[in-house]
Design a protein around this ligand. Structure first.
Ligand code: SF4
Ligand code: SF4
Length: 214
């Protein structure tokens, strides 16, 4: 789910085993997992797994408002965006995520939703690797705790009485202040799961990896 380099179909069919570098980027709540497989995406290489209707949750939007304010207006005013109780959902444009551009994802890595920051092909079986298994547990806990914080943030965002995504611009100072009060600490427990922050694995049939279900 990262920037994907296109590989011609003929080359993809001949692809044999490849060595993959896996990296855990420790950024607290905004952590991510990088897989070099994504640079050789064996699937639909133009879009990889970015053929989805994506969602930015209130926690993602708070992070963007605080750290990437220059992107906010465009993100909030996209015609594909729909306001939901837990954030903004974006419809696909011709079967691709609304944020996918010719050069990869428009969003900075740390601004993407947790799923987009941590998805790895199911066929990699990250959870059965001794190091990857710990990362998987860390991400599951991160996801549980983030859901809880986001539900508190959703409840408070309701009081802003937004009618459409763009209305958030007019209430941005209130929203950032609520976001900061809820995300006022970092998940310090994360380090316990990160005894190693990178490893390598060999995939013998990359073309058979299963694609994201949605
Ligand atoms: S489909 Fe798999 S290899 Fe391709 S971009 Fe997504 S996670 Fe990476
Ligand atoms: S937000 Fe970015 S990484 Fe996530 S599906 Fe869309 S283009 Fe892909």
């Amino acid at each position: 789910m990262f920037h994907v380099k296109q590989i011609p179909v003929t080359q993809r069919c001949k692809m044999s085993s490849i060595l993959i570098n896996m990296t855990f980027v420790d950024k607290g709540w905004r952590s991510s997992i990088l897989s070099s497989l994504c640079y050789h995406c064996p699937l639909d290489s133009r879009t990889g797994c970015c053929k989805i209707k994506s969602t930015l949750f209130w926690g993602d939007l708070g992070f963007i408002a605080l750290n990437h304010p220059e992107l906010l207006s465009e993100i909030l005013n996209k015609t594909t965006g729909r306001l939901l109780p837990h954030g903004i959902s974006y419809d696909c444009i011709t079967e691709k995520c609304t944020f996918l551009t010719e050069t990869g994802c428009y969003l900075p890595r740390e601004a993407k939703s947790l799923m987009c920051r941590t998805f790895t092909c199911y066929g990699l079986e990250l959870d059965s690797h001794p190091i990857g298994g710990k990362w998987t547990m860390a991400m599951e806990r991160l996801s549980r705790e983030e859901r809880q914080l986001n539900s508190e943030l959703s409840a408070k965002t309701l009081s802003l009485k937004l009618k459409k995504p763009g209305d958030l611009m007019g209430r941005i100072a209130d929203f950032i202040s609520v976001y900061q009060s809820i995300y006022s600490f970092e998940p310090v427990w994360l380090k316990e799961f990160l005894t190693e922050k990178s490893f390598q694995m060999v995939i013998s049939k990359p073309e058979l990896l299963s694609w994201r279900l949605h």
